[in-house]
Design a protein around this ligand. Sequence first.
Ligand SMILES: *Cc1c(COP(=O)(O)O)cnc(C)c1O
Length: 358
Amino acid sequence: MARAYNFSAGPAILPEEVLKQVQSELLDFNGTGMSIMEMSHRGKDYSAIHTEAIDNLKELLKIPEGYSVLFMTGGASTQFSLIPMNLLGAGQTADYITAGAWSSKAIKAAQKIGTVNEIANTAKEIPTCVPGNDLSFTDGAAYVHICSNETISGAQVKEFPKTDAPLIADMSSDILSRPLDVSQFDMIYAGAQKNLACAGVTLVIIKDELAAKGPETLPELFRYQHVLENNSLSNTAPTFPIYIIALVTRWLLANGGLEGMQKRNEEKAGKLYAAIDASDFYKGTAVTEYRSPMNVTFRLPTEELEAQFVAEAVAKNMTSLKGHRSVGGIRASIYNAFPAEGVDALIDFMKEFEAANA
Ligand SMILES: *Cc1c(COP(=O)(O)O)cnc(C)c1O
């Protein structure tokens, strides 16, 4: 079977070169006679991979001094709780910007732990969008939380708000897709299974002075400071997904870094949005200025046609185009690793489908 054009929102497509390398090293990593999955997380072969993953991330994102790169578990969803557990003390307030399903989940988790002020909410707006920059922050807020790319609705933050409070961003679905000024943030986190690796590890980039604020009463593995002091190795790290991060970041560095990725991503998404805009049959779901280059969402005239579209696409080896169950419609997730030929194939299919069904 040929490789599918896999439009899955996550776990998502990985670069073919990376998968082939994994395959070639699976029985014998680096002359050790074993796979990377089977060796100590404290041995020298795994240590080199752990260090490379961190170094590559620092290089790609130009992470400034004073920040640390952590590998945690429990997915981005666990961070929804760990952030307030570490950073939202009694008597403090955290500001949350809600723009869709994921930022709604983040605020719900925080509300269980402390006092939260929702300073904007566009989650229910159709066409979908993210809040603008006319925000009124809480004086002395513990932090401000934002989701950079709403994976389900297909809306992306283009410019981040400026605030005196620490800014924390969930970048699960657009991390490493474009150059980023990390110094705007005090913490960035991302589940790996969209743009970084396979499921099983969560990337956290945190300012050291913020990590130090977590209370000592927290269980050690829930405290950023503890994870930081132990280089994410105080217990068994998720070695296999971290190895995939090392390979994916190596692939990014060899393919033009984040500038190169942004160019490719804009070309891919630009073509697809142009095809949507050129037709009255397809309608984009997100406000044009907030369209995500990662998750392209659109509707057809009826739900029956959408179901037929998804089914006929599968017959052409284009999979996972069905929108999230909570919103319906069509969603084409075209992360870094998604090939340009797959976007061309989708556009051709959209034209054929419209000609046959409009
Ligand atoms: C997928 C996703 C999550 C949830 O990630 P898990 O690793 O499954 O917990 C959170 N935020 C965003 C923006 C996502 O796309």
